[in-house]
Design a protein around this ligand. Structure first.
Ligand SMILES: [Zn+2]
Length: 416
């Protein structure tokens, strides 16, 4: 497709990369395929029940929550009041992005300073849109810092800018959250998706982050598909997992469980809860945690069930309450995933983007943070929304999300 890519004033002198025109063309091409792919995925989700999403919304919801990497759940939330309307709005945005690209775009690359610098002046902007009236729905502006971004990010930013020109007179503005902050960046976009899914579906930043994350899932050094990991044999969307003292890792899903055995380093074929072990453990538990040598707690909603693994007991010994997760403003009841850290008396509890430290000796929560603040990262970002977390043989934490595993060093974090 022919795009009109112009370099205004001294723009070329302010861009450090070679061949910036090809960089822009590649970003537009990648954006087009990202948006088309996400749109097709959303179409599959909405028509899963035979093309009448408003009648079979439960099936649509299940397909939406089971999207690869939970991408739609994390970055668009779920509007239970009017799901079909928000899905339609989101679909419109994704469609418009690749349709506009298909018609050809005008991109004005501006210098960092000087008469032609526009909103690039000051050096903080990456890209901007002048709005429907001034710029036209197919025109946007790029600043020199845009070229410093990675290729996936550059492509997703194109979608963001095109979204500004959708939605009638004046276009879609960058939305603000309840604290009045503009929705920029992954963290705000994820919070916004959870708090206001009816608006997240029209937020340019949420569309950008959705496309960026879906593309990142393809990076197999970062997101390892379960079949390519040491956990091959496990299903996608695990409910819960636990590290036992003897080194076995046990994974739970529905009415079934699987064991990873440290001697063979293999995952067993599935067994049935009750018949083959773990009698009395809730089906579809949210998370599981070994709290001492022999006992495992299963969290399911507000209820926690303690199971004693000693052969002499081998059964449920206590039923109690699940701790609330979050900070002083957000109290989220329930646990997505939990893991005891090896050689300590500490455990971590996860719930969407929060992590809490649990002192296993005192049985008390002693710290609460956002996942990205704890320093798990040695490469790339963590997003949260885990199905399960276990320790691997590499002494790292293995985070399961949908069909993928991410591995991270255990953080040495001062929860003080
Ligand atoms: Zn914007």
């Amino acid at each position: 497709m022919s795009h009109d890519i112009r370099f205004l004033g001294a723009a070329l002198a302010h861009i450090e990369q070679d061949d910036p025109e090809t960089i822009v063309r590649d970003a537009i091409d990648l954006c087009e395929s990202m948006a088309e792919d996400a749109s097709a995925e959303l179409m599959r989700i909405r028509t899963v029940a035979g093309g009448r999403p408003d009648e079979d919304i439960d099936e649509v919801k299940e397909a939406y929550f089971n999207s690869p990497g939970k991408a739609f759940e994390m970055l668009m939330g779920w509007n239970s009041k009017n799901p079909e309307r928000t899905l339609r709005k989101l679909a419109k945005r994704l469609d418009e992005v690749f349709r506009r690209i298909g018609k050809g775009l005008t991109v004005k690359c501006r210098p960092r300073y000087g008469r032609q610098s526009g909103r690039c002046k000051g050096g903080e902007s990456l890209a901007y849109q002048m709005g429907n009236v001034a710029g036209g729905p197919k025109t946007f502006h790029l600043c020199p810092s845009y070229f410093d971004r990675g290729s996936t990010s550059r492509a997703a930013i194109v979608a963001h800018e095109l979204c500004h020109a959708i939605g009638g007179f004046g276009g879609t503005l960058d939305l603000r959250n309840s604290e009045g902050e503009k929705i920029y960046g992954k963290r705000r976009a994820m919070d916004f998706a959870r708090a206001e899914p009816d608006r997240a579906c029209i937020s340019p930043e949420n569309v950008e982050q959705l496309l960026y994350y879906r593309e990142r899932l393809k990076d197999q050094d970062e997101f390892v598909p379960i079949p390519d990991s040491i956990w091959a044999g496990l299903p996608n969307f695990i409910d819960a997992a636990v590290d036992l003292r003897d080194g076995r890792r046990v994974f739970f899903k529905g009415r079934r469980f699987w064991e990873w055995d440290p001697t063979s380093a293999n995952v067993s074929s599935f067994r049935r809860l009750g018949e083959d072990g773990w009698d009395g453990v809730p089906r579809e538990a949210d998370g599981a945690l070994r709290i001492n040598q022999n006992q495992v707690v299963f969290y399911k909603g507000p209820v926690s069930v303690t199971f004693d693994t000693r052969p002499s007991v081998n059964g449920v010994v206590d039923v109690g309450q699940t701790p609330a997760i979050g900070d002083m403003f957000q109290r989220l009841l329930g646990v997505d995933a939990a893991v005891a850290l090896p050689d300590t008396d500490e455990a971590l509890l996860f719930r969407n983007t929060y992590v809490q430290r649990l002192d296993l000796n005192r049985g008390r929560i002693t710290g609460s943070r956002r996942i990205w603040d704890v320093g798990f990262s040695n490469s790339g970002d963590l997003y949260g929304y885990y199905d399960a977390v276990v320790t691997g043989v590499d002494d790292r934490l293995h985070f399961f999300t949908a069909g993928h595993v991410q591995r991270r060093d255990i953080p040495r974090f001062d929860w003080g």
